[in-house]
Design a protein around this ligand. Structure first.
Ligand code: PHE
Length: 339
């Protein structure tokens, strides 16, 4: 009897199961009513009384070991199943959501498209810029208060290096390397030291334009801007130009469009005036042409610059500027259909 128990014990120890069926077969072999252990139990009454104690102990040991082994193998299966075995590889995968274009990119591309059709090329330049290209080349006098006008971020330890406050810096880079005719738009991010709120941020995006050739006049500027406004906001859109000041243009103007939210009737967005300002513009100051290597006696030009956030607000009525830089996908998903 002891020999039989020993043999079963080695069998139990060596037992393995590759799947649930094999495991069940093991259970039946050892632990079921008709299994090997029960058969031994039935034989127990035939064991001579002086051996009963030892045989009984070994028999119990065998029963416990068999149960432990079965439990152990079962657990192994359960873990495996939660790994790969339980996965249905034929099931269709979860749909992978397509990303959406950022509203500012959508609007920036729209602006670029309109000017591209008029023959403007894209010019780009660095965001960390030297004082010359951001200010001096654009007719800002060394201590001109206009430098404060744009709340500049100075790059520490290098007072002449700044974060560009407008993409006009790219215009001056184009002028210093290219002779007219020049027809470029300069999209890009710009930085100004402003407290962050729903209406202002320390960075935003611009698209500025520059056109230089012989006999370019204010009429050309006005016509191009009117066309832009109609393409961007609809053919009923009206524009008006108000005199303004920029160091790099003379004369300078700010352009309003008829409020496309109320159609010019007056609403809270246009502060009940029927008009909203969307850009600054003017004829390039001859000093700027000369400072950048273009002969102001031969050439004239116009320039304009607009904020992409502002145009986007007008198109999509985003109430809080901060939404543009928070990467909240609930906001970004709203523009799924826009492009
Ligand atoms: N650079 C100006 C700004 O950032 C905009 C502008 C560009 C005005 C070109 C006139 C001409 O506010």
């Amino acid at each position: 009897m002891i020999a039989k128990i020993e043999q079963l014990l080695t069998e139990v120890e060596a037992a393995t199961a590759a799947n649930a069926e094999e495991l069940e077969a093991l259970r039946i072999k050892f632990l079921s009513k008709k299994g090997a252990i029960n058969a031994l139990m039935a034989d127990f009454r035939n064991v001579p009384p002086e051996q009963k104690k030892e045989v009984g102990m070994r028999l119990n040991e065998l029963k416990d070991k068999a149960q432990e082994k079965i439990n152990f193998l079962k657990e192994q299966f359960e873990n495996q199943e939660s790994g790969t075995e339980g996965i249905d590889l034929t099931r269709t995968s979860y749909p992978i959501g397509l990303g959406t274009r950022h509203p500012l990119s959508i609007v920036k591309n729209e602006i670029i498209d309109i000017f591209a059709r008029l023959g403007f090329c894209i010019a780009e330049g660095p965001e960390v810029e030297d004082d010359w290209h951001v200010f001096s080349a654009l007719n800002f006098a060394p201590d001109h208060p206009a430098r404060d006008m744009q709340d500049t971020f100075f790059v520490e330890a290098q007072p002449d290096i700044v974060l560009r406050t407008h993409t006009s810096s790219v215009q001056s880079r184009v002028m210093e390397t290219t002779q007219p005719p020049i027809r470029v738009i300069c999209p890009g991010r710009v930085y100004r030291n402003e407290a962050i709120s729903a209406r202002a941020h320390c960075f935003f995006h611009q698209v500025e334009g520059l056109y230089i050739d012989k006999e370019v006049s204010f009429t050309d500027l006005k016509q191009v801007l009117l066309l832009f406004a109609k393409e961007m906001f609809g053919s009923d859109t009206k524009i008006r130009l108000r005199p303004s000041y920029f160091p790099f243009t003379e004369p300078s103007a700010e352009m309003d469009i008829s409020c496309n939210i109320c159609g010019g009737k007056g609403c809270s967005f246009c502060k009940h005036t029927g008009w909203v300002e969307i850009l600054g513009c003017g004829m390039v100051d001859p000093n700027v042409l000369d400072a950048n290597g273009i002969d102001s006696k031969l050439y004239s030009g116009y320039a304009f610059g607009m904020g992409v956030e502002r145009i986007t607000n007008l198109k999509y009525q985003v109430k809080d500027l901060r939404l543009f830089s928070e990467n909240d996908t609930r906001f970004l998903r709203e523009f799924e259909a826009a492009w």
